[in-house]
Design a binder for this molecule. Structure first.
Ligand SMILES: Cc1ncc(COP(=O)(O)O)c(C=O)c1O
Length: 413
Protein backbone atom coordinates (compact mmCIF):
# COMPACT_ATOMS: atom_id res chain seq x y z
CA UNK A 1 0.00 0.00 0.00
CA UNK A 2 1.54 3.29 -0.99
CA UNK A 3 1.55 6.00 1.63
CA UNK A 4 -0.59 9.03 0.98
CA UNK A 5 0.34 12.60 1.80
CA UNK A 6 -1.79 14.30 4.47
CA UNK A 7 -5.02 15.49 2.86
CA UNK A 8 -7.35 18.13 4.21
CA UNK A 9 -11.07 17.86 3.59
CA UNK A 10 -10.85 20.80 1.15
CA UNK A 11 -8.07 19.24 -0.91
CA UNK A 12 -9.64 15.82 -0.67
CA UNK A 13 -12.85 17.03 -2.28
CA UNK A 14 -10.99 18.48 -5.22
CA UNK A 15 -8.52 15.64 -5.75
CA UNK A 16 -11.30 13.06 -5.37
CA UNK A 17 -13.29 14.71 -8.17
CA UNK A 18 -13.90 13.06 -11.53
CA UNK A 19 -11.94 9.83 -11.36
CA UNK A 20 -10.62 10.36 -7.82
CA UNK A 21 -7.20 9.83 -9.31
CA UNK A 22 -5.33 10.71 -6.14
CA UNK A 23 -6.68 7.90 -4.02
CA UNK A 24 -7.87 5.13 -6.28
CA UNK A 25 -5.94 2.20 -7.63
CA UNK A 26 -7.76 0.57 -10.53
CA UNK A 27 -8.47 -3.14 -10.24
CA UNK A 28 -10.86 -5.80 -11.44
CA UNK A 29 -14.24 -6.19 -9.76
CA UNK A 30 -13.42 -9.01 -7.38
CA UNK A 31 -12.70 -11.39 -10.24
CA UNK A 32 -15.93 -10.77 -12.14
CA UNK A 33 -15.61 -10.24 -15.89
CA UNK A 34 -17.64 -7.55 -17.63
CA UNK A 35 -19.90 -10.28 -19.06
CA UNK A 36 -20.50 -11.77 -15.61
CA UNK A 37 -21.26 -8.32 -14.27
CA UNK A 38 -23.96 -7.99 -16.89
CA UNK A 39 -25.50 -11.14 -15.49
CA UNK A 40 -26.49 -9.10 -12.45
CA UNK A 41 -28.05 -6.38 -14.54
CA UNK A 42 -31.64 -5.37 -13.94
CA UNK A 43 -31.94 -2.86 -16.77
CA UNK A 44 -30.02 -3.63 -19.96
CA UNK A 45 -30.88 -0.36 -21.68
CA UNK A 46 -28.62 1.54 -19.34
CA UNK A 47 -25.50 -0.53 -19.93
CA UNK A 48 -22.72 1.52 -21.45
CA UNK A 49 -24.28 4.95 -20.98
CA UNK A 50 -22.43 7.68 -19.11
CA UNK A 51 -23.26 8.03 -15.43
CA UNK A 52 -24.07 11.67 -16.15
CA UNK A 53 -26.97 10.55 -18.38
CA UNK A 54 -28.78 8.43 -15.76
CA UNK A 55 -32.03 9.89 -14.41
CA UNK A 56 -31.30 11.42 -11.04
CA UNK A 57 -30.98 11.20 -8.12
CA UNK A 58 -28.94 8.11 -8.99
CA UNK A 59 -27.04 5.97 -6.51
CA UNK A 60 -23.74 5.03 -8.15
CA UNK A 61 -20.93 2.76 -7.03
CA UNK A 62 -17.52 2.91 -8.64
CA UNK A 63 -16.58 -0.73 -9.25
CA UNK A 64 -12.82 -0.19 -9.22
CA UNK A 65 -12.87 1.74 -5.95
CA UNK A 66 -15.24 -0.78 -4.35
CA UNK A 67 -12.97 -3.64 -5.43
CA UNK A 68 -9.93 -1.80 -4.16
CA UNK A 69 -11.57 -1.28 -0.76
CA UNK A 70 -12.37 -4.99 -0.54
CA UNK A 71 -8.78 -5.85 -1.51
CA UNK A 72 -7.31 -3.33 0.94
CA UNK A 73 -9.35 -4.73 3.83
CA UNK A 74 -8.27 -8.25 2.89
CA UNK A 75 -4.58 -7.30 2.87
CA UNK A 76 -4.72 -5.30 6.11
CA UNK A 77 -6.63 -7.97 8.03
CA UNK A 78 -4.37 -10.74 6.72
CA UNK A 79 -1.39 -8.81 8.14
CA UNK A 80 -3.18 -8.72 11.51
CA UNK A 81 -4.24 -12.37 11.22
CA UNK A 82 -7.98 -11.85 11.56
CA UNK A 83 -10.77 -12.54 9.08
CA UNK A 84 -13.63 -10.35 7.89
CA UNK A 85 -17.33 -11.13 8.21
CA UNK A 86 -18.68 -7.92 6.64
CA UNK A 87 -21.93 -6.39 7.78
CA UNK A 88 -24.31 -6.57 4.82
CA UNK A 89 -26.70 -4.04 6.36
CA UNK A 90 -24.39 -1.48 4.71
CA UNK A 91 -25.07 -2.50 1.10
CA UNK A 92 -28.11 -4.83 1.25
CA UNK A 93 -26.93 -6.07 -2.13
CA UNK A 94 -26.24 -9.76 -2.90
CA UNK A 95 -23.82 -8.88 -5.72
CA UNK A 96 -21.59 -7.00 -3.30
CA UNK A 97 -21.85 -9.74 -0.67
CA UNK A 98 -20.63 -12.21 -3.31
CA UNK A 99 -17.72 -9.90 -4.18
CA UNK A 100 -16.77 -9.77 -0.49
CA UNK A 101 -16.91 -13.55 -0.17
CA UNK A 102 -14.88 -13.93 -3.38
CA UNK A 103 -12.45 -11.44 -1.80
CA UNK A 104 -11.80 -13.71 1.17
CA UNK A 105 -14.50 -12.85 3.72
CA UNK A 106 -15.64 -15.84 5.78
CA UNK A 107 -19.33 -14.89 5.76
CA UNK A 108 -21.59 -11.89 6.17
CA UNK A 109 -23.55 -10.35 9.04
CA UNK A 110 -27.08 -9.02 8.91
CA UNK A 111 -28.93 -6.81 11.36
CA UNK A 112 -32.44 -7.96 10.44
CA UNK A 113 -34.03 -11.34 9.92
CA UNK A 114 -35.61 -10.22 6.64
CA UNK A 115 -32.14 -9.22 5.37
CA UNK A 116 -30.84 -12.67 6.30
CA UNK A 117 -33.77 -14.27 4.44
CA UNK A 118 -33.01 -12.24 1.29
CA UNK A 119 -29.28 -13.02 1.30
CA UNK A 120 -29.99 -16.68 1.95
CA UNK A 121 -32.42 -16.78 -0.97
CA UNK A 122 -29.64 -15.33 -3.12
CA UNK A 123 -27.37 -18.25 -2.26
CA UNK A 124 -25.34 -16.76 0.58
CA UNK A 125 -25.06 -19.33 3.32
CA UNK A 126 -22.69 -18.12 5.99
CA UNK A 127 -24.83 -15.46 7.71
CA UNK A 128 -24.47 -14.24 11.29
CA UNK A 129 -27.44 -12.22 12.48
CA UNK A 130 -26.03 -9.76 15.02
CA UNK A 131 -29.41 -8.73 16.49
CA UNK A 132 -31.45 -11.01 18.72
CA UNK A 133 -34.92 -12.19 17.63
CA UNK A 134 -37.24 -11.98 20.61
CA UNK A 135 -40.83 -12.17 19.36
CA UNK A 136 -42.39 -15.65 18.89
CA UNK A 137 -42.95 -15.21 15.17
CA UNK A 138 -39.41 -14.00 14.49
CA UNK A 139 -37.97 -16.84 16.57
CA UNK A 140 -39.98 -19.31 14.45
CA UNK A 141 -38.88 -17.58 11.23
CA UNK A 142 -35.24 -17.65 12.35
CA UNK A 143 -35.48 -21.39 12.99
CA UNK A 144 -37.16 -21.94 9.62
CA UNK A 145 -34.26 -20.08 8.04
CA UNK A 146 -31.86 -22.29 9.99
CA UNK A 147 -33.68 -25.32 8.57
CA UNK A 148 -33.00 -24.22 4.98
CA UNK A 149 -29.61 -22.66 5.70
CA UNK A 150 -27.42 -24.72 8.07
CA UNK A 151 -24.83 -21.94 8.20
CA UNK A 152 -27.17 -19.39 9.78
CA UNK A 153 -25.99 -18.17 13.19
CA UNK A 154 -28.17 -16.21 15.60
CA UNK A 155 -27.15 -13.77 18.38
CA UNK A 156 -28.67 -14.12 21.84
CA UNK A 157 -28.25 -11.88 24.90
CA UNK A 158 -31.07 -12.92 27.28
CA UNK A 159 -31.53 -16.29 29.03
CA UNK A 160 -35.34 -16.59 28.47
CA UNK A 161 -34.69 -15.86 24.79
CA UNK A 162 -32.15 -18.70 24.66
CA UNK A 163 -34.81 -21.08 26.08
CA UNK A 164 -37.38 -19.84 23.52
CA UNK A 165 -34.87 -20.36 20.71
CA UNK A 166 -34.16 -23.85 22.00
CA UNK A 167 -37.91 -24.70 22.01
CA UNK A 168 -38.39 -23.31 18.49
CA UNK A 169 -35.31 -25.17 17.25
CA UNK A 170 -36.72 -28.41 18.69
CA UNK A 171 -40.07 -27.77 16.95
CA UNK A 172 -38.24 -27.08 13.68
CA UNK A 173 -36.14 -30.21 14.14
CA UNK A 174 -32.78 -28.39 14.14
CA UNK A 175 -29.85 -27.66 16.42
CA UNK A 176 -29.36 -23.93 15.94
CA UNK A 177 -26.00 -22.16 16.06
CA UNK A 178 -25.87 -19.33 18.56
CA UNK A 179 -23.36 -16.65 19.62
CA UNK A 180 -23.54 -14.71 22.87
CA UNK A 181 -23.82 -10.96 22.26
CA UNK A 182 -21.70 -9.31 24.97
CA UNK A 183 -22.42 -5.60 25.49
CA UNK A 184 -19.93 -2.80 25.05
CA UNK A 185 -21.92 0.21 26.19
CA UNK A 186 -25.67 0.05 26.76
CA UNK A 187 -27.27 -0.58 23.36
CA UNK A 188 -27.52 -4.34 23.08
CA UNK A 189 -25.91 -7.44 24.45
CA UNK A 190 -25.66 -8.96 27.90
CA UNK A 191 -23.46 -7.06 30.40
CA UNK A 192 -19.88 -8.30 30.37
CA UNK A 193 -19.96 -9.92 33.83
CA UNK A 194 -21.02 -13.24 35.38
CA UNK A 195 -24.34 -13.02 33.57
CA UNK A 196 -22.61 -13.39 30.19
CA UNK A 197 -20.72 -16.48 31.34
CA UNK A 198 -23.91 -18.00 32.80
CA UNK A 199 -25.76 -17.38 29.52
CA UNK A 200 -22.98 -19.11 27.60
CA UNK A 201 -23.20 -22.08 30.01
CA UNK A 202 -26.98 -22.20 29.57
CA UNK A 203 -26.71 -22.18 25.75
CA UNK A 204 -24.07 -24.89 25.97
CA UNK A 205 -26.46 -27.08 27.95
CA UNK A 206 -29.61 -26.54 25.87
CA UNK A 207 -29.89 -29.56 23.56
CA UNK A 208 -31.19 -27.74 20.48
CA UNK A 209 -28.65 -24.92 20.56
CA UNK A 210 -24.99 -25.04 19.64
CA UNK A 211 -22.73 -22.41 21.21
CA UNK A 212 -20.31 -20.96 18.64
CA UNK A 213 -18.72 -18.12 20.59
CA UNK A 214 -19.09 -14.40 21.23
CA UNK A 215 -19.92 -11.23 19.35
CA UNK A 216 -19.24 -7.85 20.91
CA UNK A 217 -19.68 -4.59 19.04
CA UNK A 218 -18.81 -1.12 20.26
CA UNK A 219 -21.00 1.28 18.27
CA UNK A 220 -19.70 4.28 20.21
CA UNK A 221 -16.07 3.66 19.29
CA UNK A 222 -16.30 3.62 15.51
CA UNK A 223 -16.51 7.37 14.95
CA UNK A 224 -14.20 8.66 17.69
CA UNK A 225 -12.17 11.42 16.06
CA UNK A 226 -8.41 11.06 15.96
CA UNK A 227 -6.73 7.69 15.69
CA UNK A 228 -4.89 7.74 19.03
CA UNK A 229 -8.06 8.57 20.93
CA UNK A 230 -9.96 5.89 19.08
CA UNK A 231 -7.27 3.30 19.74
CA UNK A 232 -7.12 3.98 23.45
CA UNK A 233 -10.86 4.16 24.06
CA UNK A 234 -11.68 1.13 21.90
CA UNK A 235 -9.26 -1.16 23.71
CA UNK A 236 -10.31 0.15 27.14
CA UNK A 237 -14.03 -0.30 26.40
CA UNK A 238 -13.39 -3.74 24.98
CA UNK A 239 -11.37 -5.16 27.89
CA UNK A 240 -14.45 -6.59 29.75
CA UNK A 241 -15.52 -8.45 26.57
CA UNK A 242 -12.05 -9.96 26.30
CA UNK A 243 -12.28 -11.01 29.95
CA UNK A 244 -15.59 -12.81 29.26
CA UNK A 245 -14.18 -14.48 26.16
CA UNK A 246 -11.21 -15.72 28.24
CA UNK A 247 -13.43 -16.95 31.07
CA UNK A 248 -15.56 -18.85 28.56
CA UNK A 249 -12.44 -20.39 27.12
CA UNK A 250 -11.12 -21.39 30.55
CA UNK A 251 -14.53 -22.91 31.36
CA UNK A 252 -14.14 -25.18 28.32
CA UNK A 253 -16.91 -23.51 26.32
CA UNK A 254 -16.73 -23.16 22.54
CA UNK A 255 -15.15 -19.81 21.62
CA UNK A 256 -14.39 -20.46 17.97
CA UNK A 257 -16.02 -17.11 17.06
CA UNK A 258 -14.98 -13.85 18.72
CA UNK A 259 -16.33 -11.21 16.38
CA UNK A 260 -16.68 -7.43 16.62
CA UNK A 261 -15.40 -4.16 15.29
CA UNK A 262 -16.30 -1.94 12.39
CA UNK A 263 -14.63 0.28 9.83
CA UNK A 264 -13.48 2.83 12.40
CA UNK A 265 -11.72 0.20 14.49
CA UNK A 266 -10.66 -2.22 11.75
CA UNK A 267 -6.96 -1.77 12.55
CA UNK A 268 -7.50 -1.46 16.32
CA UNK A 269 -9.71 -4.35 17.41
CA UNK A 270 -7.33 -7.03 16.06
CA UNK A 271 -5.02 -5.94 18.92
CA UNK A 272 -7.58 -7.36 21.41
CA UNK A 273 -6.62 -10.94 22.37
CA UNK A 274 -8.69 -13.68 20.76
CA UNK A 275 -10.51 -11.69 18.05
CA UNK A 276 -11.27 -13.97 15.11
CA UNK A 277 -13.11 -11.68 12.69
CA UNK A 278 -14.35 -8.16 12.10
CA UNK A 279 -17.89 -7.12 11.19
CA UNK A 280 -16.75 -4.22 9.00
CA UNK A 281 -19.48 -2.55 6.96
CA UNK A 282 -18.88 0.96 5.62
CA UNK A 283 -15.31 0.41 4.37
CA UNK A 284 -16.63 -0.68 0.98
CA UNK A 285 -18.35 2.68 0.34
CA UNK A 286 -17.08 5.17 2.90
CA UNK A 287 -19.16 8.27 3.69
CA UNK A 288 -18.78 11.78 5.13
CA UNK A 289 -19.21 10.56 8.72
CA UNK A 290 -16.28 8.20 8.33
CA UNK A 291 -14.13 10.50 6.19
CA UNK A 292 -14.26 13.10 8.97
CA UNK A 293 -12.75 10.95 11.73
CA UNK A 294 -9.22 10.72 10.35
CA UNK A 295 -6.99 7.64 10.35
CA UNK A 296 -3.56 6.58 11.56
CA UNK A 297 -1.73 8.32 8.70
CA UNK A 298 -3.99 11.36 8.39
CA UNK A 299 -5.58 13.19 11.31
CA UNK A 300 -8.06 15.06 9.10
CA UNK A 301 -9.46 12.58 6.59
CA UNK A 302 -9.88 8.79 6.81
CA UNK A 303 -8.01 7.88 3.65
CA UNK A 304 -7.42 4.13 4.19
CA UNK A 305 -10.46 3.42 2.01
CA UNK A 306 -11.77 5.40 -0.96
CA UNK A 307 -15.31 6.74 -1.26
CA UNK A 308 -16.91 4.53 -3.91
CA UNK A 309 -20.56 5.42 -3.34
CA UNK A 310 -22.00 8.67 -4.67
CA UNK A 311 -25.35 10.15 -5.58
CA UNK A 312 -25.50 11.95 -8.90
CA UNK A 313 -27.95 14.83 -8.74
CA UNK A 314 -29.26 17.44 -11.18
CA UNK A 315 -29.27 21.22 -10.74
CA UNK A 316 -32.89 22.47 -10.83
CA UNK A 317 -32.58 26.16 -9.97
CA UNK A 318 -29.85 28.83 -10.11
CA UNK A 319 -31.92 32.06 -9.99
CA UNK A 320 -30.81 33.06 -6.54
CA UNK A 321 -27.34 34.46 -5.81
CA UNK A 322 -24.89 32.08 -4.15
CA UNK A 323 -27.51 29.37 -4.10
CA UNK A 324 -28.13 26.21 -6.13
CA UNK A 325 -31.12 23.87 -5.79
CA UNK A 326 -30.75 20.20 -6.72
CA UNK A 327 -33.12 17.24 -6.98
CA UNK A 328 -31.49 15.33 -4.09
CA UNK A 329 -33.01 16.06 -0.69
CA UNK A 330 -33.72 14.02 2.41
CA UNK A 331 -35.29 11.13 0.47
CA UNK A 332 -32.13 10.78 -1.62
CA UNK A 333 -29.51 11.48 1.05
CA UNK A 334 -31.29 11.24 4.45
CA UNK A 335 -31.09 13.85 7.21
CA UNK A 336 -27.86 12.48 8.63
CA UNK A 337 -25.11 14.93 9.43
CA UNK A 338 -22.71 16.16 8.20
CA UNK A 339 -24.40 17.20 4.96
CA UNK A 340 -23.15 15.59 1.74
CA UNK A 341 -19.83 16.68 0.28
CA UNK A 342 -19.98 17.96 -3.31
CA UNK A 343 -17.17 16.35 -5.31
CA UNK A 344 -14.88 18.95 -6.86
CA UNK A 345 -16.12 21.86 -4.71
CA UNK A 346 -14.15 22.88 -1.64
CA UNK A 347 -16.63 25.03 0.19
CA UNK A 348 -20.21 24.17 -0.79
CA UNK A 349 -22.56 23.81 2.17
CA UNK A 350 -25.21 21.25 1.13
CA UNK A 351 -28.47 21.12 3.05
CA UNK A 352 -30.54 18.01 2.31
CA UNK A 353 -33.22 19.00 4.83
CA UNK A 354 -36.03 19.37 2.32
CA UNK A 355 -37.75 16.11 1.27
CA UNK A 356 -37.19 16.42 -2.48
CA UNK A 357 -34.63 19.22 -2.87
CA UNK A 358 -31.06 19.89 -1.86
CA UNK A 359 -30.02 23.49 -1.30
CA UNK A 360 -26.40 24.52 -1.67
CA UNK A 361 -25.11 27.81 -0.29
CA UNK A 362 -21.70 28.99 -1.38
CA UNK A 363 -19.44 32.01 -1.62
CA UNK A 364 -17.13 30.76 -4.33
CA UNK A 365 -17.61 27.93 -6.79
CA UNK A 366 -15.02 26.00 -8.76
CA UNK A 367 -17.11 26.44 -11.94
CA UNK A 368 -20.38 28.03 -13.02
CA UNK A 369 -23.60 26.04 -12.76
CA UNK A 370 -26.74 26.08 -14.89
CA UNK A 371 -30.05 24.24 -14.77
CA UNK A 372 -29.60 20.63 -15.87
CA UNK A 373 -25.95 20.37 -14.79
CA UNK A 374 -24.98 17.36 -12.72
CA UNK A 375 -23.31 17.23 -9.34
CA UNK A 376 -21.76 14.23 -7.63
CA UNK A 377 -22.22 13.87 -3.89
CA UNK A 378 -20.45 11.81 -1.26
CA UNK A 379 -23.22 10.63 1.04
CA UNK A 380 -23.50 11.54 4.75
CA UNK A 381 -23.97 7.96 6.01
CA UNK A 382 -23.94 5.07 3.58
CA UNK A 383 -26.27 2.51 5.23
CA UNK A 384 -29.48 4.56 5.40
CA UNK A 385 -28.83 6.18 2.00
CA UNK A 386 -28.56 2.78 0.29
CA UNK A 387 -31.85 1.82 1.94
CA UNK A 388 -33.56 4.64 -0.02
CA UNK A 389 -32.87 3.08 -3.44
CA UNK A 390 -34.07 0.01 -5.36
CA UNK A 391 -30.81 -0.33 -7.29
CA UNK A 392 -27.33 1.03 -7.61
CA UNK A 393 -25.55 1.75 -10.85
CA UNK A 394 -22.21 -0.03 -11.03
CA UNK A 395 -19.86 2.35 -12.80
CA UNK A 396 -16.49 1.74 -14.38
CA UNK A 397 -14.71 4.87 -15.56
CA UNK A 398 -17.83 6.94 -16.06
CA UNK A 399 -19.90 4.25 -17.82
CA UNK A 400 -22.67 2.07 -16.41
CA UNK A 401 -21.40 -1.50 -16.42
CA UNK A 402 -24.28 -3.08 -14.52
CA UNK A 403 -27.35 -2.28 -12.46
CA UNK A 404 -27.31 -4.06 -9.12
CA UNK A 405 -30.61 -4.63 -7.33
CA UNK A 406 -30.49 -3.66 -3.65
CA UNK A 407 -32.49 -6.76 -2.89
CA UNK A 408 -32.71 -6.29 0.88
CA UNK A 409 -33.59 -2.60 0.71
CA UNK A 410 -36.45 -1.76 3.04
CA UNK A 411 -36.11 -5.15 4.77
CA UNK A 412 -36.35 -3.91 8.36
CA UNK A 413 -38.50 -6.61 9.94
C1 LIG B 1 -23.40 -5.04 15.08
C2 LIG B 1 -22.61 -4.21 14.14
N1 LIG B 1 -21.44 -4.69 13.68
C3 LIG B 1 -20.68 -3.99 12.84
C4 LIG B 1 -21.06 -2.73 12.38
C5 LIG B 1 -20.03 -2.02 11.56
O1 LIG B 1 -20.34 -1.15 10.65
P1 LIG B 1 -19.36 -0.03 10.07
O2 LIG B 1 -18.14 -0.71 9.59
O3 LIG B 1 -20.21 0.48 8.99
O4 LIG B 1 -19.11 0.96 11.13
C6 LIG B 1 -22.29 -2.19 12.82
C7 LIG B 1 -22.73 -0.87 12.36
O5 LIG B 1 -23.62 -0.23 12.84
C8 LIG B 1 -23.08 -2.95 13.72
O6 LIG B 1 -24.25 -2.49 14.19
Amino acid sequence: MRSLPPVSRRNFLVTSGAGAAGLCVAGSAGGYSAAEMRGFTADDKLIGISKWEIDTPALCVDIDKLSQNIATMKTKLAEMKVASRPHAKTHKCPTIAKMQLAGGSIGICTAKLSEAEVFSTHGIESILMTTSNVSPNKIRRAMQLRLTNPKFIQAVDFPPNARDLNDAAREAGVVADVVIDVAVGTRSGIPADDRALELAQLVDKLPHLKLRGVISYDGGAQHIKGFKNRLEQTLNHFAPSVAIYERMKRAGLNTEIFSGGGTGTYNILPKAPGITDLQVGSYIFMDCQYLEIGCESNEEVFTDFTPSLTVVSTVLNTYFPNSITTDAGAKALTLNKPGPWVVGEKSFAYNAGSDEFGVIKYETAGRSYKVGDKLELIVPHCDPVVNEYDQMYAIRGDRVEAVWPIAARGRSQ
